[in-house]
Ligand binder design. Sequence first.
Ligand code: CO
Length: 176
Amino acid sequence: MAILEIIQPDNPILRKKAVRVTDFGDKLQALIDDMYETMLSAEGVGLAAPQIAESRRLILVRLPDDEDSQEEYGEEAGKLYVIANPKIIKNSHSTVSGVEGCLSLPGLFGEVERFESIVITGQDRQGNATRIKAKGWLARVFQHEIDHLDGKLFIDIAEKVWHADDEEEFEDSVES
Ligand code: CO
């Protein structure tokens, strides 16, 4: 496994619409393993393939598994989601505002409105069809990652954006 470079917006790949994953062979499996290691090493809760300069529709999501997270998120804490070709097929009417950060935009945070709950379809790492219901923070991370596949960043839709050193640290922020 290897830790990959997380690209910044000066690399145009981050702004491109990514292409569908069709080959679930060894190369994709190795890429997923590398993305997982990269995400953990960067202490992110999500990573989309375009962030490591692979313009493909592939995302990883994993909420932390420390004691507090286990209490708050139950079995979702520490669970790894690997989804190829994810698509939001249902969303709640209700939206919630929350603080987000992004591994591709170090030091930036923003207040972003997202659907409170969503249903996603896609494929797992073997290519089998999968369907996930997510709410709260997990739903937020999925929406953030799926946006990456269309070249969208949270700063595009945030109500306000600030530098981390302007404010106190945000405990509940999402860096993905
Ligand atoms: Co991000």
